[in-house]
Design a protein around this ligand. Structure first.
Ligand code: FAD
Length: 482
């Protein structure tokens, strides 16, 4: 066993370790996976050793930071998980307004680090999401209409490639790789270890927007969707909102709006008038620091949950009939579901000022991202809930286009085209150039051929037998969940 691990450095966790069962699990607990090794890398050398080790022993790699991928693509059965979450140093160059981070940092770590110095940051809503995964998939956040997507602020990165070597990428150095990592980088080209961001101008305070509508009916949800799409047409780019119609065990049918406005609360009230005038609106519009705002937004997330979901991009105005069809999607919850919802993430503003081909993020001109989700608690209801999403997917797909790689869905047909549109061909070329042996893979990766060197053989849900073809130490290893 020790011989088998020879060459790996970092903090190693294997299935016989007590912590294994905890640390092998990710945010979406509906997906249970059993890697053979989790390597918590502490520096670039550990990452390079892990990449070389995996090639020597033919063990597939997964790259993980925050573990928030909806489909668990940063993890996998019988894989080596290269976990960068312990590489989380941050450095601020105040003179040049540049932030350099190791790739293991989370939204919360970045927010806390820079907002004490007065800067906002175009990060995401969930504090425990990894900034690397977020940025490399594009990065939608509650500042994006004003500050752009997360990937738009990226200036430079360093990754460990398939040979264990460090490769730099920026607009002038390996510009093709840099382009690819602005929207299609997660898990595809190498292990990103360092990222440099240009910071936006400092702000003293922002306006946090929270509007709730409880105990509504389907007709009110239709009116809300109509208001949303009308409002977004010529909304002030200084405001970014997420809105949601939902049906939960706690609230029944309800709706909400959350957002950040880079300006005064009085102006925000004027801008939000169409929402505030809707029947039953209860709201808080608060002028607070950026850190307070993102902390309040982030506090609504549980530490983990079980869910299934699909995302699409909206590039048209829906007619009444289409709105009614969309609202119908969430009128009934599947058995065991405690929450179903349709969320809308506003785009436009700074997001659409960047050209479609300037970064790998393809859907620049969309009005918003729409995301259908169901959450359940007991694992016996998983199949009903997954079926609920897959049955609704064709309806949603018929009026929308593409999918957001940061909100992936494992049943997408033609997933590369769905995620990357006409950028697929260029991305495949970049993949071949920087990862010619397809060392960095996952089920919806750009290399599109999974090397199944090991075949997991499932028994009952709570037990599994892992056959590993590369090393005797793990042959016939039997893992029983604690
Ligand atoms: C509760 C919740 C809220 C979210 N909110 C938002 C939001 O507001 N906006 C938004 O855009 N997205 C959001 N997301 C989606 C999130 O941005 C993506 O899932 C993101 O990829 C997660 O990054 P991670 O590091 O946490 O996850 P991981 O699962 O660790 O990684 C995600 C992907 O990135 C790859 N990756 C991670 N680190 C590296 C690295 N160092 N080098 C190369 N590849 C790497 C992984 O292999 C995987 O493919 C949310 C997700 C959740 C669960």
């Amino acid at each position: 066993m020790d011989d088998f691990l020879n060459g790996l450095t970092g903090r190693i966790v294997i299935p016989t370790d007590l912590v294994y069962n905890k640390v092998r699990q990710d945010y979406n607990r509906a997906i249970q996976q059993f890697p053979i090794i989790i390597d918590y890398c502490r520096n670039t050398g550990d990452v390079a050793n892990a990449v070389c080790w995996s090639r020597k022993f033919h063990v597939p790699i997964r790259i993980r930071n925050g573990g928030h991928n909806y489909e668990g693509y940063s993890n996998g059965d019988c894989t080596l998980v290269i976990d960068v979450s312990e590489m989380n140093h941050l450095f601020l160059n105040k003179c040049e307004n540049l932030l350099t981070v190791q790739s293991g940092v989370t939204n919360r770590q970045v927010y806390e680090f820079i907002s004490s110095k007065g800067y906002p940051f175009p990060g995401g809503t969930c504090p425990t999401v990894g900034v690397g995964g977020y940025t490399m998939g594009g990065g939608w956040g509650l500042s994006c209409r004003y500050l752009g997507l997360g990937c738009d602020s990226l200036e430079e990165l360093e990754l460990v490639n398939y040979e264990g070597e460090v490769v730099k990428a920026s607009r002038i150095c390996n510009a093709d790789l840099f382009w690819a990592c602005q929207g299609a980088g997660g898990g595809n080209f190498g292990v990103v270890v360092l990222m440099k961001f240009r910071l936006p101008p400092k702000v003293k305070k922002v306006t946090l927007i929270e509007i709730d509508y409880l105990h509504v009916n389907g007709k009110e949800q239709e009116a809300f969707l109509q208001t949303w799409q009308q409002w977004l047409k010529d909304a002030d780019p200084k405001v970014t909102l997420v809105s949601r119609i939902y049906n939960s065990a706690n609230d029944g049918l309800a709706m909400l709006v959350r957002g950040v406005f880079y300006g005064q609360p009085e102006e925000a009230e004027q801008i939000l008038k169409p929402f505030l005038e809707l029947e039953g609106a209860e709201y808080i519009i608060d002028y607070i620091t950026f850190l307070e705002a993102v902390t309040i937004i982030g506090s609504s997330y549980p530490p983990f949950e079980k869910f299934n979901s699909v995302s699409r991009f909206v590039q048209k105005e829906f007619n009444k009939c289409e709105i009614s069809t969309l609202v119908d999607l969430i009128q009934e919850r599947p058995q065991g579901s405690v929450f179903v919802g349709l969320s809308m993430y506003a785009m436009g503003g700074r997001v659409s000022e960047v050209g479609t081909d300037e970064t790998a993020f393809f859907y620049r001109n969309s009005h918003y991202i729409i995301w259908l989700e169901t959450v359940w608690e007991e694992k016996r209801f998983a199949e009903e809930n997954r079926l609920w999403v897959s049955q609704r997917f064709p309806v949603l797909a018929s009026v929308t286009m593409g999918s957001y790689i940061n909100f992936p869905y494992n049943k997408l047909p033609d997933y590369l085209e769905e995620y990357y549109g006409t950028h697929v061909c260029r991305l495949k070329g970049i993949k071949e150039k920087y990862d010619p042996f397809n060392v960095f893979t996952f089920p919806q990766g750009i290399g599109n051929k999974e090397h199944q060197l090991m075949e997991p053989v499932y028994s009952e849900d709570s037990e599994k037998f892992i056959k590993y073809s590369g090393d005797e130490a793990y042959r016939g290893f039997r893992y029983v969940k604690r």
